[in-house]
Every structure is written in C-alpha cells, then in structure tokens.
Design a protein around this ligand. Structure first.
Ligand code: NAD
Length: 436
C-alpha cells in the first residue's frame, strides 16, 4: 500500500518506518527542512532504540523516502497519516492549528480518493471538523479516521511493531477493511484491532493518558502522606501493586510526570470537559498534584541547606523526562533546575543522551558532563531526576571521594535508603518516611 505521513516527529518517523518495514511504500514529510535533509543523509533526529537500523534498512530497500513537498506526499499515499503536533494552548486546550491548517492545504492537492488518518492526539470532534473541511474543499471522496497512537517514547519501535491494541475510529466499512489490512502484520500475536466510532476513539487516547497520569499523581500524593506518617511509599507500592486488580505499573512516586503527552493531554481533557459543561474534578487534582510534585525536590534541598543555597554546587543525574529517550519536553528536570538556579545554585548536569537538548534549554547557565561521575566533582549534593539504569548501581566509594558533601536527593527512589546511608551518605527520597 502507498502511505503518506505528514509530520516526521516521534510518532510520524517511527510509524512511517514500521509501515515501510511491513512492505508498504512510505513517504514521510515535514516542514522542518533541516530534519528532512538530515534524514536523507541517514541522520536520525531523535533517540529511540532500534529506530536508526529500521530507518536505514527501509531507505536502502527503497520503501521509505523523506520529503518537504506536501503536494507530492499527498498525491503519493492512498492513506495519509497526520502525525502533527497538538501542543498545549495558553488556555490549556489542544492547539489544533497545525492539524487544521494542513487539512485545508491538503484538500486542494488530492489527485484521487483518499483516507486521512489522524494519529495526532486531538479532542473529541476534531475528525468531524477535518471531514467538514474536506467536504467543503474537494470533490474527491475523502474519509477521515481517528487512529490514536499509544507508543511510549523509549520503546516506540517495539510498541509500534507489537502494539497492545490498535484503536480505529470509523463507521465506514471500506475504510475498516483498508485499515485492518494495513495493521494486520502488527497484530499477528492476536492483539486486537478495536473498531469504534470516531469520537470514542478520540476520547480513548485522552482517557488512557489521563488514567496513567492519575495513577502517578495518586502515588505522589500518598508519598507526601508517607513522609508525614513515617511510612515508606516503596513498601506501600509493592503491597498495592501485587493486587492483580491494581497492577505494578505506573505506581512509582517521584518528581512528577512530564513529557510531551501527559501534562498537555490531562489539561486538554479538563478543557474539553469544561467546554461540555462538565467538571472532571479528579483530573483537576491530578494536574495540581503534579505541578506541586515537580517542586518537591527543590523544597527538600532548600530545607536541607536552611535556605542557604547561594553558590551551592548541585550535581544532577538525569535530564530526559524518562529513561531511554532524549526528549525533554515538559521534563521535571527543567522545573527543578530552573528552581535551583533562581535560588543561586550552580548546576553540574549529566544525562546519557539528552545533553544536547538540555543545552538548547539552559544554554550556559548549566555545566554539562558526558560522564556521570565527572558531574560530582566538588558537589554539595546529588539530585537524581531520571531513573536511567546506569545510575542504579553506582560506585558509592568513588562518589563519596568526589563530592564535597555526601548527600543524595533521589527523585525517583532508585536507591535503597539503608544501603546508601550505610555507605556514609545522607539520603532523601520521595515518600520514604520510615527509614531514618
Ligand atoms: P513531534 O513534535 O515530535 O513531531 C511533529 C512533527 O510535525 C515535527 O517534526 C514538526 O516539524 C512537524 N510539523 C509541524 N507542522 C507541520 C506541517 N505544517 N507540515 C508538516 N510537518 C509539520 O510530535 P510527536 O511527539 O510525534 O507527536 C505528534 C502527535 O502525536 C501529537 O498529537 C502527540 O500528542 C501525539 N502522540 C505523541 C506521542 C509521543 O510519545 N511523542 C505518543 C502518542 C501520541
């Protein structure tokens, strides 16, 4: 099948490469000329395990091409995927300007009947709005489908090749057949392709992200109670998670959720509810708890140093919003580092792969280190903000010798408090009240 992808970011590039790998002819288009020029030279703009090989192999096989030309891209594909950004607007709603503008532009360019698929996360009713644009502007038969994306950054290729489920929002039987054929190679193990109406599909994506965010904020709120009562959230987590009705995942307390999806999607869903005269009260709290949680480490550091933070050297391990990605959009590290800089701290930062993104955010306000131990030299404290595996079993003896003051603020609870304290460090985790 001929496939066109508009928007070659995390979703578009990964999905385009996976469709090419399953035998389709794919063009990935983007307005970012530098990104496309780099992709044509084999330079992958994002870090995702397995992506580079996948892209290179399919480019070599002639199944995957890159372009900045909307016309030729639109005319290539029978199925056109919109993988465009839907960032947060000032009022919290999803900014649909990219999706609607590209839809208007595309409508003038069709050479045959098309299926347009929205992979972008869009509020309920967006597919209908795109369909109206098509009805007004083109005589070709153009159907518009909601097909939300559920990939996780850091495991995006794996998730796309073996998704838990595919959600397709359409009531058109012909489109159902085409979409089922397209996704068949990815669901050989029997995972379902769920057909539903467009609006339910659009809402399913927000519901999934909002529920996961709710789990995180719930645990963060309990973590604060643990600190007040002397309980340890990690014990509580294990006790809860072993109940199969609850499950082990997304129960980790920390410095709040970040990334390009959860914060904006929770806010957009709250906005959708308000626009429909309904108050999603749980989600408002989820959002508030998260905003507060992003500040928790700075408050702990402030308390520890009695507010005397001027010229204190703080080492930071982990900048990406989660491990296995270089994405720093809405990362908790940004809030923490900016908070500490404002209080007069000097920051020495390390991340296994997000340093170049960090440089574009903090510039020369932060010192950057390629190796984690180098960031510790002369540090008054270490803050762990992203739970990269390489931080989990460090050489505490070496760390102790490098640091000026032996204190660790563990924003992701990756260490055993007793073990760290036995090594001669002061240890502060999140919600770990019981072990002093
Ligand atoms: P991204 O910012 O990584 O990529 C979007 C791309 O679209 C960029 O390369 C940008 O240059 C390009 N673009 C912008 N305007 C364009 C235009 N007019 N024509 C062509 N290209 C244009 O975004 P992303 O993370 O891939 O997210 C895309 C959508 O998918 C969003 O709605 C997001 O919420 C959703 N989503 C993201 C993830 C994720 O983990 N990143 C997961 C599921 C769903």
């Amino acid at each position: 099948m001929k496939i066109s992808i508009i928007g070659t970011g995390y979703v578009g590039l990964v999905q385009g490469a996976c469709f090419a790998d399953s035998g389709n002819s794919v063009i990935c288009m983007d307005i970012d000329e530098k990104k496309i020029a780099n992709l044509k030279r084999g330079i992958i703009p994002i870090y995702e395990p397995g992506l580079e090989e996948l892209v290179k192999r399919n480019v070599q096989d002639g199944k995957l091409e890159f372009s900045t030309n909307l016309r030729s891209t639109v005319q290539h594909g029978k199925v056109i995927f919109l993988c465009l950004p839907t960032p947060q607007s000032e009022d919290g709603s999803a900014d649909l300007s990219h999706v609607l503008r590209v839809s208007e532009q595309m409508a003038d360019l069709f050479n045959e009947d098309k299926i347009i698929v929205s992979k972008s996360t869009v509020p309920v009713g967006t597919v209908d709005r795109v369909r109206q644009i098509m009805r007004k502007k083109t005589d070709h038969e153009v159907d518009v489908v909601s097909n939300p994306e559920f990939l996780k950054e850091g495991a995006a290729v794996q998730d796309s090749l073996k998704p838990d489920r595919i959600v397709i929002g359409t009531r058109n039987k012909r489109v159902m057949t085409v979409m089922t054929e397209l996704y068949a190679p990815f669901v050989r193990t029997g995972n379902p392709i769920l057909m539903m109406d467009e609006r339910s599909a659009e809402l399913t994506k927000y519901a999934s992200n909002a529920f996961l965010a709710t789990k995180i904020s719930f645990m963060n709120e309990l973590a604060n109670l643990c600190e007040k009562t002397g309980a340890d959230i990690d014990m509580v987590r294990k006790g809860m998670g072993t109940d199969q009705r609850i499950g082990q995942q997304f129960l980790f307390a920390g410095v709040g959720y970040g990334g390009s999806c959860f914060p904006k999607d929770v806010k957009a869903l709250i906005k959708t509810s308000q626009e429909n005269d309904f108050e999603l009260r749980i989600l408002r709290s989820v959002d508030e708890v998260n905003e507060r949680q992003k500040k928790v480490l700075v408050r702990k550091v402030q308390k520890y140093f009695d507010g005397q933070l001027k010229e204190k050297v703080i080492a930071v391990w982990g900048l990406a919003f989660k491990p296995q990605t270089d994405d720093m959009r809405d990362a908790s590290s940004v809030e923490v580092i900016n908070g500490l800089l404002e209080l007069g701290c000097k920051i020495k930062a390390h991340d296994p792969i997000a340093l170049s993104r960090a440089k574009s955010i903090f510039g020369n306000r932060v010192e950057y280190f390629d190796r984690n131990y180098d960031a510790l030299k002369g540090a008054d404290a270490l803050l762990v903000i992203t739970e990269w595996n390489e931080f989990r079993r460090p050489d505490f003896v070496k760390m102790k010798a490098l640091m000026k003051r032996q204190v660790i603020f563990d924003g992701r609870n990756i260490y055993e408090p007793k073990e760290v304290r036995d090594q001669g460090f002061e240890y502060f985790g999140i919600g770990r009240g019981s072990i002093k």
